[in-house]
Structures are given as C-alpha cells and as structure tokens.
Design a protein around this ligand. Structure first.
Ligand SMILES: Cc1cc2nc3c(=O)[nH]c(=O)nc-3n(C[C@H](O)[C@H](O)[C@H](O)COP(=O)(O)O)c2cc1C
Length: 189
C-alpha cells in the first residue's frame, strides 16, 4: 500500500481539545492552503476563499463568538461564555473555508458548494500528511449572521468549515465506519 493510501485509510479527525502548539508555520500553512485550492471546481470559478485565524486575530474572533453567545443567551454564566470563547482558542491555527457560491448561468450553486467541501477535505488530508492533527467543524456560530459579519463575510457568503490545525496531544480511537454493504448497490445487478 502506498503512503497515500495508508493515510487515507487511517486518517481521523483530532478534536480541538487535543490540538496544541506548534501549528503549521507560514510555509507549511502556505502548502496546506495551496493544496486546499487543488480541488475539482466545475467552471474554474474558485467559489471559495480562506480566512486564517492565529495569534491576536484568533483571540479577537474567539471574543466575537463569546459576545454573540452572551447576546443570545443573556442568562448564561461566565463558565458557559468561557466555554464558547474557548472553541476558537484551542488549535493554534484555524482556517475558515468560506463558500462564495453564487448563481451562475451554467454551474449550479450546489456544485460550487461541493467544491468548498472538497477544499476542506484536502486541507484535512494535507495537515495530517504533515504530521499535524486537524478537525473540520462548523459549530453554531457558522450560521450566526452577526458573527459572520464581524468576521468579514459578505451577506452572500457562508462558512463551509473551520479547519482546526495543531499538534495532536492524543490519538483518538477510531469510530465506527459505515458498512459498505449498507450503502453500495450495483446498478442492474
Ligand atoms: C461540514 C461539517 C461540519 C461539522 N461540524 C461539526 C461540529 O460543529 N461539531 C462536531 O462535533 N463535529 C462536526 N463535524 C464532524 C467532524 O468533523 C468529524 O466528522 C468527526 O469528528 C469524525 O471525523 P473523522 O471521521 O474524520 O474522524 C462536522 C463535519 C462536517 C463535514
């Protein structure tokens, strides 16, 4: 089996609570982002863009999430607010993959959104191939317009995923996978 097949067969997500510094450096991150762009893209529209959160920018985004949570849940105690803030304070580097899918004469928006999903998956695989752990998460705030606006997204843009990347502190046990017999049929058989 080639290294690529071994990686694809065994890769699994590492949740942010098990990710720590160091994250990818500038050059490694550049590779992860470049590999992210190397996906099927019907019509060559590049219907996605990336926002990198690290350092002070990551802290600022975490505070935006905390304040949005507080505004929606005024009764929440400090621990609950801190829990929400912490969602963006664990992995040292987080990349938001933003879907910029728009109506197009030929390419359905669905296909543009699928391409953004492929970007997320490529980034996960690239991060793992470099020895990092990574997770593809959305969380409630990916669907909160106030948070999205504060993070700089336009009204016609959506989050395909936040890719949390860092050094794994633990290797999570694998989870159950679908049984092929349940999901595969051979047409005409
Ligand atoms: C679009 C998308 C959004 C996701 N958002 C979340 C999330 O907000 N919270 C969560 O616990 N898992 C979320 N997941 C699931 C995890 O990324 C992941 O599938 C799961 O932890 C196990 O992944 P693995 O099979 O790569 O190990 C999401 C998955 C996808 C595809």
């Amino acid at each position: 089996m080639t290294d690529t097949l071994a990686l694809l067969k065994l890769r699994r997500s590492v949740p942010p609570q098990f990710l720590t510094a160091p994250g990818p450096d500038e050059s490694q991150l550049g590779d992860i982002l470049t590999i992210g762009t190397r996906v099927p893209d019907h019509g060559k529209l590049a219907p996605w863009r990336f926002i990198v959160f690290s350092g002070a920018g990551r802290d600022k985004a975490a505070e935006i999430v905390a304040q949005a949570f507080k505004a929606k849940n005024p009764e929440a105690d400090a621990d609950k607010v801190a829990f929400e803030r912490n969602r963006l304070l664990q992995a040292p580097v987080i990349v938001a993959v933003v879907s910029t899918a728009r109506p197009h004469v030929k390419i359905p928006e669905w296909e543009q959104e699928l391409s953004a999903g492929a970007v997320c998956m490529n980034m996960l695989v690239a991060a793992h191939a470099m020895g990092f752990g990574a997770s593809w998460l959305t969380n409630w705030f990916s669907f909160d317009r106030a948070v999205l606006t504060a993070l700089g997204l336009g009204t016609d843009e959506r989050i395909a995923g936040f890719i949390h990347i860092g050094t794994p502190t633990a290797a999570p046990a694998d989870r159950e996978r679908p049984v092929l017999a349940d999901i595969v049929s051979h047409y005409g058989a």
